[in-house]
Design a protein around this ligand. Sequence first.
Ligand code: DGY
Length: 320
Amino acid sequence: MPTKRRLVMSLPLTADVNARAVSEFDVAPPPRPMSRDEVISAACEHGAEALLVGLNLRLSAEDLNRLPGGVRVIATSSVGFEHIDVAAARSRGIVVANTPDVLTDATADTHMLLLLGACRRVKEHVRNMDGGWTIRNGFAQGLGVEVTGRTMGIVGMGRIGRAVAERARGFRMPILYHNRVRLSPDLEGGAKYYGKLEDMLPHCQVLSLNLPGGQGVLMTAARFAALPEGAIFLNSARGSLVDEEALIEALASGQLGAAGLDVFQKEPGYDQRLNALPNTFLLPHIGSATIETRSAMGMRALDNIAAVLNGGVAPDEVKA
Ligand code: DGY
């Protein structure tokens, strides 16, 4: 029986993933997410060869320097990897791997929930129902805006952006997109490409952020102002892409008709002014939160760790 490789998990994953981790590796999944210092101490004590972490564990160059020299791979159970200094990891000979693909559908589904929730004023209606339905809406009260046929502009036409476009086509929404590079016609699927975001914004009745984080603020006051008045804004990507002051201002003034948000500058404990606005539909970063997807993400992280510790290449090595 070969000795099991030493792994430290920074957080408990789904039961099936925890069980596989224990059967394949020398690891004790923790009962709760660990802090960065706890993870580093555990890695040193355990002589870890691999770490399995989540989105909320930031690992800077300094943190990576505190890890034991035997760590060869850090797998994050997330598609986003901006919480890890990948260049610093590489310079220490540590492979960083993420979990692309497996969360595409769940995240795109959540995005459609944001679209429907924002357009149809779901927060207000749910509050009315939670209060026992004491307010009867008149014929012209509580009205949302039509989803079907609204023009959607997608920023970031990667896997998730394309999965959103596929769903939006089911609502007969014309699709525009802005991306670093133009896609091939088969991937475009009839969507209209804009090389400059500024050129696309005035045509977006719905603006949808589907790009990775870690690239600074994309949505500024000027860009919100460039949208048609009453536009719907959706973000299931990262809160760091948005100037939240500008967003609040645009929602309060009516420049934006509504926003559907799954991500925030500060998570948890987001800016309560967003909650106080009637025209927001808010979720607590649940894009990938289905049983199937979270299990697939954890399994994928274990696949990446196993590949590296067995002398192979991580299927999802982050190259950035
Ligand atoms: C990710 O994996 O980066 C998502 O934001 C998690 O839901």
